[in-house]
Design a protein around this ligand. Structure first.
Ligand code: DGY
Length: 324
């Protein structure tokens, strides 16, 4: 690269990656770590050769409404890119990349964490203990649900869904049922002794646990609605580490309040960081603040993956993670 491209990193990143970026590019860092507004974003698109956004940047038509865009690439830090208006970006000739693979294991680990927490009432137990209300061991105290050997339904069988299947099948002897919009290679299903069904309606009534691993976006918005929650067993659990919008939160809160399902565990929310107040009232619900990829290893690897994509792009090669 003869001239160092100007790039904007919209949030704080792991220090080692920020340092590495600064060696190759003219980097502007967001030291305050405050999310950008649409007008900050428009200004950035007019000024920087590359913008490196993440899930907290809502990049809709308003943010991209810049007559003379300088930005040629939005190199997203994260695998999901439903926060970016891909069509408008494409019309403006702006490429988009993401960071798949490097966070799949950690996100599946967190989905397992949530599944175990909700089934074994770990949140209830921790709250009780910290409040000083534990009166000691007794046979009927905080009795949960056994996970090993149960049936797990996985909706979305991409990289993260498959990592979830690996953990559940080999670690917990679970039977795996899969719904995926396209046919999964039988050799992949065979690795986990999994079977694919054609509809979500077929999957839900068979499962003790249902874990969501599909993308967000218009196509999957409110995929889990009250009609589908009604199809779940009354002691089954729903786990969501995908995107908040995939679940209709009011319908879920109703199902939890009226005990039509056993419980739920959520890492992602429709309007995060705001939490639907109805959800906050549900005791049979575990909630975490979007921690799926939050390990040092994954977060650094995500940053280096963005760097690889940028390097390819500015050297004139096709970035490996080009999504649009
Ligand atoms: C993603 O990568 O899309 C996550 O939600 C943040 O890790």
């Amino acid at each position: 690269m003869a001239v160092k491209p100007n790039i904007l990193v919209t949030r704080r990143w792991p220090a080692v990656v920020e340092q590495k970026l600064a060696e190759t590019y003219n980097v502007e860092l967001n030291r305050s770590d405050r999310p950008l507004s649409p007008s900050d974003f428009r200004e950035a698109i007019g000024r920087f050769d590359a913008v490196l956004p993440t899930v907290t940047d809502k990049i809709g038509p308003e943010a991209l409404d810049v007559p003379r865009a300088q930005t040629k690439i939005l190199a997203n830090y994260g695998v999901g890119f439903n926060h970016i208006d891909v069509d408008t970006a494409a019309r403006r000739g702006i490429a988009i990349t993401n960071t798949p693979d490097v966070l799949s294991e950690c996100t599946a680990d967190l989905a397992m964490t949530l599944m175990l927490m909700v089934a074994r009432r770990a949140g209830d137990g921790e709250r009780e203990l910290r409040a000083g209300n534990w009166t000691g061991w007794r046979p009927t105290h905080l009795v949960g649900t056994k996970v090993s050997g149960k049936t797990l339904g996985i909706i979305g069988f991409g990289r993260i869904g498959q990592q979830m299947a690996r953990r559940a099948h080999f670690g917990f002897g679970m039977d795996i049922v899969v719904y995926n919009r396209s046919a999964v290679d039988p050799a992949v299903l065979a690795q986990y002794n999994a079977r694919q069904v054609d509809t979500i309606e077929t999957l839900l009534p068979q499962c003790d646990f249902v874990s969501l691993h599909c993308p967000g976006g218009a196509e999957n918005r409110n995929m889990i609605n009250s009609a589908r929650l009604d199809l779940m067993k009354e002691d089954a659990f729903l786990i969501n580490t995908a995107r908040g919008e995939v679940v209709n939160e009011s319908a879920l809160a109703q199902a939890l309040m009226f005990d039509t399902i056993g419980g739920a565990a959520l890492d992602v929310f429709e309007a995060e960081p705001r939490i639907n107040p109805m959800l906050a009232q549900c005791d049979n619900l575990v909630m975490l603040p979007h921690l799926g990829s939050a390990t040092r290893e994954a977060r650094e690897a995500m940053g280096f993956r963005v760097l690889d994509n940028l390097n390819d792009f500015f050297e004139g090669a096709a970035p490996r993670d080009l999504v649009a």
